[in-house]
Design a binder for this molecule. Structure first.
Ligand SMILES: NC(=O)c1ccc[n+]([C@@H]2O[C@H](COP(=O)([O-])OP(=O)(O)OC[C@H]3O[C@@H](n4cnc5c(N)ncnc54)[C@H](O)[C@@H]3O)[C@@H](O)[C@H]2O)c1
Ligand SMILES: [Zn+2]
Length: 364
């Protein structure tokens, strides 16, 4: 695979490359090119990713940094909280990490979100880079600078906008990802297509087999397109004053289900459920046809994502949805589809409509 670079930029506020590679060998060069050599680096990874890739990343970075140490934590969403951030601060302080220090998030969205948050807050902010290893992190969470942790079961309640200095993807790490985690990434991929690029959505569905086989060339193209779309949105609206909220398609009801299920269901699986709910509300409004909703459902199912959930009741999901932090003046800024591949922010979705959307994914 040829290495390719895409830049996320914005009037000098931030500017960083996203490197698409098939191993870690170009990491040192990328650090150097971004003026990040000679630093002290704390490599952050969960225990699963650490056992797979920590040594390789250590070796790849060593030639261009002053020294490297690592911080590891138990894998999973349950670690994305202030306790883990505090443990990380402690390790940074014990190692005498100063403002010139660099954090490197090696892992999925959990690692990226909590490392970015620690970077945004430690000593009032130090540099960090993203080395995403899940499909979800490569197509979504590693780009765009949203960082944060969950608080007492509420998703992403404490956070900061803090852009990375570099995003370095070794796409070959996808080979060790479980089927379930791969499917979660596909939830965000399909979401991206439904937001603003129906040709991309259809192309992904048409290449179903190659995607499921994780064909390197097909995956490289798919990941790059998602990053391109996300980078464009983030450049235009870095702090979610408007357009960036589109990226929350499927996330309002999705987050409510994620919380109510105590994080038993994975983020990408909840996004899939949220997409079905949003499609249903869009259908009720007359924006989507029965057939289009059917196609969305079929696409999600074909990539092994859930389209219904048991053990929850309508009222509880509605109340949890109404607690969403993206409320403005007591009204949820819900994302609907005008048609597949064309989403918009709608602040007028009623409780009645929410209930109907929720009902579309509840199973007895
Ligand atoms: N910041 C954002 O813009 C943004 C966007 C989307 C999602 N998110 C957040 O991302 C999180 C979900 O991310 P995730 O799905 O990557 O979860 P994750 O970081 O927990 O990774 C999922 C699992 O895969 C394992 N893993 C990671 N890379 C692997 C590899 N290459 N091979 C084998 N196993 C590997 C991890 O150890 C973990 O058990 C959620 O907390 C969500 O809120 C953030
Ligand atoms: Zn998401």
């Amino acid at each position: 695979m040829n290495s390719k670079i895409l830049f996320v930029k914005r009037n000098g506020d931030f500017h960083y490359p996203i490197c698409f590679e098939s191993d870690f060998s170009a990491l040192a060069k990328a650090l150097k090119e971004e003026g990040l050599s000679g630093r002290r680096i704390c490599l952050v990874a969960d225990d699963t990713v650490a056992s797979l890739y920590l040594d390789a990343v250590f070796r790849a970075m060593a030639p261009v940094c002053q020294d490297i140490f690592s911080f590891t934590f138990p894998a999973g969403e349950a670690s994305k909280n202030l306790d883990t951030v505090q443990d990380l601060y402690t390790v940074l302080i014990e190692h005498g990490m100063d403002r010139q220090g660099l954090l490197a998030a090696l892992g999925g969205g959990v690692t990226g979100d909590l490392t970015g948050f620690a970077a945004a807050t430690y000593l009032r902010g130090i540099d960090f880079i993203q080395i995403p290893t899940t499909l979800l992190a490569q197509v979504d969470s590693s780009v765009g600078g949203k960082t944060g942790v969950d608080f007492r079961g509420y998703k992403n309640m404490a956070g900061a906008f803090w852009q990375p200095r570099l995003v370095y993807m070794n796409l070959s790490v996808l080979s060790t990802l479980s089927e379930e985690q791969f499917a979660c990434g596909m939830g965000e991929v399909l979401k991206t297509g439904l937001i603003c690029d129906i040709a991309f959505f259809q192309g992904v569905c048409a290449r179903h087999q190659a995607v499921q086989e994780r064909d390197p060339l097909v995956m490289a193209e798919l990941i790059r397109r998602c990053c391109e779309i996300k980078a464009g949105i983030v450049e235009r609206d870095p702090k979610e004053k408007g357009e960036r909220a589109l990226l929350n398609l499927g996330h309002t009801i999705g987050h409510a289900i994620e919380k109510l299920k105590n994080f038993e269901l994975l983020h990408g699986q909840c996004v899939a459920l949220g997409l079905i709910a949003s499609a249903e509300i869009s259908r009720l409004r007359g924006y989507l046809t029965d057939q289009e909703v059917g196609e969305i459902r079929q696409a999600l199912e074909s990539f092994r994502l859930p389209v219904s959930v048991s053990g929850l009741d309508e009222e509880t999901v509605l109340q949890a949805t109404r607690k969403d932090k993206k409320m403005k003046d007591g009204q949820i800024r819900f994302i609907l589809m005008k048609k597949p591949g064309s989403s918009f922010i709608d602040p007028t979705v009623t409780d009645r409509e929410l209930r109907q959307g929720i009902r579309a994914v509840l199973r007895a």
